[in-house]
Design a protein around this ligand. Sequence first.
Ligand code: SAH
Length: 399
Amino acid sequence: MPLIEVSSTPVVLRLNRDLVRLIKRGNPWVYADALRELPRAPAGTPAVLLDNRKGQAVARGFYDPRCPVALRICETDPELKLDDRWAERRLRGALDLRRGFSCDGPTNGFRLLNGEGDSVPGVVADVYSDTAVVKLDGEGPAGFWKIDELAEWLAREQNLPRIYERQKERGAAGRPLVGTTPAEPVSFREHGLEFTADVVRGQKTGFFLDQRDNRQLIRAWSRDATVLNVFSYTGGFSIAAGAGGATQVTSVDVAPAAIEAANTHWRLNGFPADQHTGVAADAFEFLAQASSEKRRWQLVVLDPPSFAPNRESVPKAKSAYQNVIEAGARVTARQGLLAVASCSSHIDLPMFLECCEEGISRARRRGTVINVGGQPTDHPTPLALPEFRYLKFVLLRLD
Ligand code: SAH
């Protein structure tokens, strides 16, 4: 059975402007407004792209006329047909990049497929020990990739007894593709620390694997520190801080289930129960109250959800980041550390550093940048697609 849709004849698309150089450099997204026509075709139909001059073929990919990114490019050599050999070559390339990870290693929770970054547009797969979670980014990828066959292939190649599919829409029901639906959160390790991922109900695919390197950074800077982890989810940064020798850790998240999991993870790693406090509360209210009570922590981590889901929301998002950073700075001890993250692709690093500067100065503090981090090695991105490098993580010391 094929891994991709190969039965229909490719639809022919034509550029209305000269984007050939950009495409040949590896930008895999062609927006609808760059195409001369938008022929009717089912989402995920294979496509050949012609240039705007002589009508020469420049790339192959798949098409979704209803998506702003109407064409996702799979191959910039138009001579190469999109078939099973093509798909297997791309998939093997992705597995090869994950040589450093293994199911019995100290880090067995990792991203196996990162969509465009692995030249498998629109497919994400995260591995948690013996279970993988697959997610397709919309109807185009869902029409192009044969998800059941892809899951069978991954199960065979990676020896995975269980593969579960999550939907792109939050709250939509998933389904088992290989094996059964996990009845409980799946146990896995990150740098030797024990975690669980609720792959059925949790956020993303169950865990924020993209913060792994930044959690290691926090681990290295936590010795003897009191730590406040705001927007903690299931306590990733809290457990890292505990492992690094933090004396007291507080996790704050609005979701009670996340706080419950953070408490479980703390226990699971054998840390003393009285050194962790989980608080299910709104972050802004918690920070305002803590500040009015003059509470201070030596290390504060802020990892809010994306405030800018699209370009239009950037101005509002900038002010939201400034506010949360100001609130975080107000509860950071003198000579303490403040770590802030942004997962919004529409806020770039210079913009985010400006937000840090503004928020910190409003709290009447000054910052020294110690480190700027991003996504770990299992989240590769096309060089020519900056939108894919969404994660920014800044560690500062505050005077
Ligand atoms: N740092 C985490 C990931 C954080 S994701 C990790 O490493 O795993 C962002 C989290 O913010 C989510 O868990 C979400 O529940 C929480 N959140 C969203 N809005 C919030 C609010 N107003 N107050 C507190 N938490 C909030």
